[in-house]
Design a protein. Structure first.
Length: 83
């Protein structure tokens, strides 16, 4: 059985492994583990954490989401209709 496997790194470089067979499956898994170990872990910035919306009400959350969705729709429509 053959597989097509696509692995995307955090640097957006594509590594393509085609026709993966049982013989090299273990090697590919080891390569994947090495890629994952090589990623730079990013921890949240605890010193500058933004708690401004920590006690946000459901109503204000829904309003915020509505505004966000409208902005996404506007951007999408602009891309569809070039002026």
């Amino acid at each position: 059985m053959a597989y097509d496997v696509y692995i995307f790194t955090h640097r957006e470089k594509e590594v393509e492994v085609k026709n993966l067979t049982k013989e090299n499956k273990d090697n590919s898994i080891k390569k994947l583990i090495e890629i994952l170990k090589a990623w730079d872990g990013e921890k949240p910035d605890l010193d500058n954490t933004d708690f401004s919306n920590f006690f946000q009400t459901e109503k204000s959350y829904q309003e915020q989401q509505k505004k966000w969705l409208e902005s996404v729709k506007k951007k999408k429509n602009r891309k569809r209709k070039p002026d």
